[in-house]
Design a binder for this molecule. Structure first.
Ligand code: IPM
Ligand code: MG
Length: 356
């Protein structure tokens, strides 16, 4: 089992170090190789996704990824910005299916900004299409407008587009995931305004014919954003495009108490995957030893389950995370009165200990 370890920038290095510690005590044999990515790679090699890093990722069974980005790179040309590393990995590895579970652990019910009764027992799965949509659609750029409200003015544009096979394959992923859960899919679109998402809705409906045992509901994205905070437990599997999925998954993270708890998996057709916390590099708290490593540790569990075929080890990690939460250990993002405040390393070490 070959794992490419790409910690990246900011808190990425701190949280990935804890996940690696956890992987190392499972009694399994991994070949782990580490490489630079994002701003760190730009500093060392002049590019956020050097060929050597991409090669390592492509040859691995799975990639464990931290986070990339820092405000200090905002002025760089877009192809050199840290974010291009994760976008490049998604594109080059064909990681079209992004799983972002939002689970509210009973121990953290009080850490959410929502009322406990709204989120207690919450367990939803956002499935975000990850290699299409306005994120990758061409053409894009800047030019002088020849029409519109201000002909002759400078303008910028992106292209939202989805092909039928792209929608079909993510729809299949969603319906199949729903079969293992409560057999309910909400497809989120903006069919009332956008051609791309009327098409999305039509194609998802067509694919649904092959899954008569699964219930399908369509919802506009603005309404979905509202329902997520109004009655989040009404959702089970949510499937949507790249951009809506980006936004809704951040929103969903807050239902669980902290974005520091949310793992993610991004898979291609060969079940090769990239595993990363749903949060970013948090440069404001980088190097302080206060970041929550649990999202990354839980991402490592998803990696064991989805790409490395080690479901027992994945279960063990998830149980260990619950155990440390029950012990009352909390990084600052999930701290509440009466619990014990710990740092990144203490949290990682507590999980290692809880693994027994
Ligand atoms: C995410 C992030 C990325 C995205 C950024 C870092 C490019 O926000 O994984 O959700 O927009 O997809
Ligand atoms: Mg995002």
């Amino acid at each position: 089992m070959k794992i490419a370890v790409l910690p990246g920038d900011g808190i990425g290095t701190e949280i990935v170090a804890e996940a690696v510690k956890v992987l190392n005590v499972l009694g399994l044999k991994f070949e782990m190789e580490q490489a630079l990515v994002g701003g760190a790679a730009y500093e060392a090699h002049g590019h956020p996704l050097p060929d050597s890093t991409l090669k390592l990722a492509k040859e691995a069974d799975a990639v464990l990824f931290g986070a990339v980005g820092d405000w200090k790179y905002d002025k760089l040309d877009r192809p050199l910005r840290p974010e291009q590393a994760i976008l490049g990995l998604r594109k080059n590895l064909g990681l079209f299916a992004n799983f972002r579970p939002a689970i509210c652990y009973e121990q953290l019910v009080g850490a959410s900004s929502l009322k406990p009764e709204l989120i207690a027992g919450l367990d939803i799965l956002i499935i975000r299409e990850l290699t299409g949509d306005i994120y990758f659609g061409q053409p894009r750029g800047r030019r002088v407008a020849t029409d519109g409200h201000f002909p002759g003015a400078e303008e910028a544009f992106d292209t939202m587009r989805y092909s039928k096979p792209e929608i079909e394959r993510i729809a299949h992923v969603a319906f199949q995931a729903a079969r293992k859960r409560s057999k309910k899919v909400t497809s989120v679109d903006k069919a009332n305004v956008l051609e791309t998402f009327q098409f999305w809705k039509d194609v998802v409906t067509e694919v649904h014919a092959q899954y008569p045992d699964v219930e399908l509901q369509h919802m506009y994205v603005d309404n979905a954003a509202m329902q997520l905070v109004k009655a989040p437990k009404a959702f089970d599997v949510v499937v949507t495009g790249n951009m809506f999925g980006d936004i809704l998954s951040d929103e969903a993270s807050m239902l669980t108490g902290s974005i520091g708890m949310l793992p993610s998996a991004s898979l291609n057709t060969k079940n090769q995957g990239l595993y990363e916390p749903s949060h970013g590099s948090a440069p404001d708290i980088a190097g302080k030893g206060v970041a929550n490593p649990l999202a990354t540790i839980l991402s490592a569990a998803m990696m064991l389950r989805f790409s490395l075929n080690q479901p027992d080890a994945a279960d063990r990690i998830e149980a260990a995370v619950k155990k440390v939460l029950t012990q009352g250990l909390r990084t600052p993002d999930i701290y509440s009165e009466g619990t014990t405040r710990v740092g990144t390393r203490e949290m990682g070490e507590a999980v290692v200990k809880a693994l027994g």
